[in-house]
Write a new protein. Structure first.
Length: 702
């Protein structure tokens, strides 16, 4: 039926929506909202239950509440030497006073909009902070603009410059009302997928999420409504469908089948003074199967610090070398590369394996000789830093690339190295244990093996967080351990990101400590030292010529001194959780009971406190990583914006990991049943996949 007035369509430019116009349209465009459909994908981030309105005196910790209150004042509070400020808004109603704190500014001009003695609505979670109830980052709404909406359950949108949540709500309502039924696009998900995963149609989900019905209030408040399920699933699904397509493509790649008898690895195992753990054997076995197979291996081995990943990697290397190919092992730092090299000298050289070491430090003449040897096939295993992938390095027959500590390398570098070989196998090792499903998503097309067992005989490290005032006690405790023949580390953070300050801090403290404990043999290591100087210090510490190594974070990876059993971290609040866990992993490597003491400065933030306190509660790297992920969010945690992980509106990689798994299973099943995506029911999925990645066939997937 032809309508007289043009109806609004989902793909209509959002500025033609009544109430928007060019100026607001520009603001929306800046936020990536171009069409009406984009606007509908601006989901509420919370809901306000009007029926739960309260007064200040009746508030209890942990409740999510809504209250009407007057602003008394807005106070900016400076944080120490840094430029950072906390904002504190004081609210009052007839029953009492409460403070709302902001640790960042939501947008420029946010705090200027509050008028003293005006009433606002405050919505948020009540927090007990050091015995006092307060809000952290609550939503604050103008009362005047909201009165026209009378519902009990109100969606709350993230505000943008001058655009309040209630204005956004009105625009979205009007869009939903205007988009005629006929204009609604086809559901892209096949029926069987929706039935199997219990998904409601997209249209229904959008209405439910933007025009909430009070019966749904509990589910909506918890972000667990059918609408949330559908929309979160959808966000994950497109990513997983892409990964499944990529993986399916890799299955078509021809790899080197490594058919070795496993003679070398048997000899290695016999030469070790210990047995491999069950988990190490299981992982080695998975790797072995991959290597034998017709396609290139793409496997991630995850295992906590000290779980023995190196041996799993060495076993893979031996199989490949036995079959007549070369192996490259790439480490993130020189210290770590050198340690791998030394370790390989010790346990692989006796088997007749020819080794090479190539780092940024290698002299030009050494490099030249190495590269010649490599081309002549006189090196079986080349160990190094990223210098390994620099242009002149050519292998004769590269069969396997091992990358230690994956998160420090970019995807790009991986691809670069791959180009050098003839489709080599890939083995990636990481000590950043994250939930399995998440790992598979984050690392894209990699298969994941987990070493979830520690070598026997390691007693758990005892961790204590303490304020600086306990510093003397901590160092006295360390001195006692030294007197018993043990060794220790003292670590200083980077101060204000400046190497100079960092250096000064460690050097100054080093001098003070030397004077304070003259009976102890102190050593100092920092990032400004040349690498051979660092090596010298490290070696001397290893030989127990020093008792305590004072250092900046250069010891974070790569140091393996089993006699060291005390780790003191100064200003521990400045470190991230995963970093603290890595540092802590430097002790507890021998049979001695080990200790980690986290010293907090007095200007510690709530978050810093929470981190150090959390470290006391667990030594499980998985738990630490999960908490880290939760506190920092995936973007910062993973240190990358790769593979579409940053683009989620509604989905949360930590909270929604179950839905992630569902979406992943569904996507991979599609490729299992229909590898070319040729069936009619998958046609719309395929079109969307092609459109989103700008490709015209599955072979085009990068
Ligand atoms: P990571 O997983 O952190 O890379 P490493 O491979 O460096 O750990 O191993 C840590 C230490 O544990 C090394 O000294 C290694 O020789 C030792 N190790 C590895 N596997 C075992 C085992 N099964 N039993 C005892 N010690 C082991
Ligand atoms: Mg390691």
């Amino acid at each position: 039926m032809a309508a007289n007035k043009p109806s609004l369509r989902l793909e209509t430019d959002v500025q033609y929506l009544k109430g928007v116009g060019p100026k607001l349209g520009e603001l929306f465009a800046k936020k990536g909202i171009h069409t009406v459909f984009d606007l509908l994908k601006l989901y509420p981030r919370a809901y306000e239950d009007r029926r739960a309105a309260r007064n200040i005196a009746s508030l209890k910790a942990e409740e999510v509440v809504s209250l009407k209150a007057q602003v008394l004042k807005v106070t900016p509070i400076s944080m120490g030497r840094s430029q950072r400020k906390i904002y504190d808004i004081t609210f009052r109603d007839a029953s009492g006073v409460i403070h709302a704190k902001y640790f960042r500014v939501p947008y420029r001009g946010y705090f200027e909009r509050f008028q003293p003695f005006h009433e606002y609505r405050v919505i948020g979670k009540v927090i007990n902070y050091r015995g006092r109830l307060e809000f952290h980052h609550p939503d604050i709404r103008d009362l005047e603009s909201e009165e026209e909406i009378q519902d009990d359950l109100i969606p709350i949108y993230s505000e943008m410059e001058n655009l309040t949540s209630s204005k956004i709500q009105r625009l979205i309502r009007s869009a939903l009302d205007q988009v005629s039924k006929a204009e609604w696009p086809l559901e892209k998900f096949p029926k069987n997928l929706m039935e199997k995963c219990g998904l409601i149609p997209l249209k229904e989900a959008l209405y439910q999420i933007h025009k909430p019905s009070p019966e749904m209030s509990q589910m909506l408040l918890e972000l667990k409504s059918p609408a949330h399920h559908r929309l979160i699933f959808e966000e994950f699904f497109w990513l997983e469908l892409y990964l499944a397509a990529k993986k399916s493509g890799l299955k078509k790649e021809q790899g080197l089948s490594i058919l070795s008898a496993g003679e070398f690895r048997q000899r290695l195992l016999k030469s070790l003074p210990f047995q491999l753990t069950g988990a190490q054997l299981r992982c080695a076995d998975q790797v072995h199967k991959d290597l034998k197979g017709p396609h290139p291996m793409n496997r991630l081995v995850q295992g906590d610090v000290g779980s023995g990943k190196t041996l799993v990697a060495f076993m893979a290397a031996l199989d490949v070398i036995e079959a007549g190919y070369q192996v490259a092992l790439m480490a993130p730092t020189e210290i770590l590369a050198e340690q791998h090299f030394r370790n390989a000298q010790k346990i692989l050289s006796p088997l007749g394996i020819k080794l090479g070491l190539l780092t940024g430090k290698s002299k030009a003449s050494e490099r030249k000789a190495l590269i010649e040897q490599l081309q002549a096939g006189d090196i079986d295993l080349l160990i190094g830093t990223h210098a390994l992938i620099e242009d002149p390095v050519q292998f004769q027959a590269l069969g396997l690339v091992i990358i230690d500590e994956q998160h420090r390398f970019g995807v790009q570098q991986r691809a670069q190295l791959k180009q050098k070989g003839h489709c080599p196998h890939f083995l990636v090792m990481t000590a950043t244990p994250i939930p399995r499903t998440l790992a598979m998503t984050v690392y894209g097309d990699l298969d994941v093996s987990v070493i979830d067992e520690m070598p026997p005989g390691r007693s758990p490290i005892q961790t204590r967080a303490a304020f600086e005032s306990k510093r003397k006690m901590a160092f006295d405790f360390m001195a006692e351990q030294i007197a018993k023949g043990r060794q220790a580390y003292v670590v200083y953070p980077l101060v204000d990101e400046s190497e100079k300050m960092d250096l000064k801090n460690a050097v100054q403290e080093f001098e003070k400590l030397k004077a304070e404990y003259p009976q102890i043999r102190w050593a100092l290591m920092h990032g400004r030292m040349k690498s051979d100087e660092k090596d010298e210090v490290m070696e001397a510490f290893r030989r127990h010529e020093h008792d305590v190594l004072v250092s900046t974070t250069v010891i974070e990876v790569g140091v393996d001194v089993p006699n060291a059993n005390v780790m003191i971290v100064e200003h521990a609040e400045r470190f991230g959780l995963s970093q603290l866990h890595q540092l802590r992993g430097r002790v507890g490597r021998g049979t001695h009971k080990s200790f980690c003491l986290l010293m907090m400065g007095h200007a510690v933030s709530e978050e810093g406190r929470e981190r150090t306190r959390f470290m006391e509660t667990t030594t499980d790297g998985f738990k630490v990583a999960e908490k880290d992920l939760e506190m920092r969010g995936p973007g910062e945690f993973l240190g990358t914006r790769q593979s579409g992980l940053a683009g989620f509106q509604l989905a949360n990689l930590v909270r929604d990991v179950m839905i992630l798994q569902e979406a992943r299973d569904a996507a991979f099943e599609i490729f299992l049943k229909d590898p070319e995506m040729k069936s009619a029911e998958n046609a719309l999925l395929r079109d969307e996949l092609f459109r989103a990645h700008g490709i015209t066939s599955l072979a085009g997937i990068a």
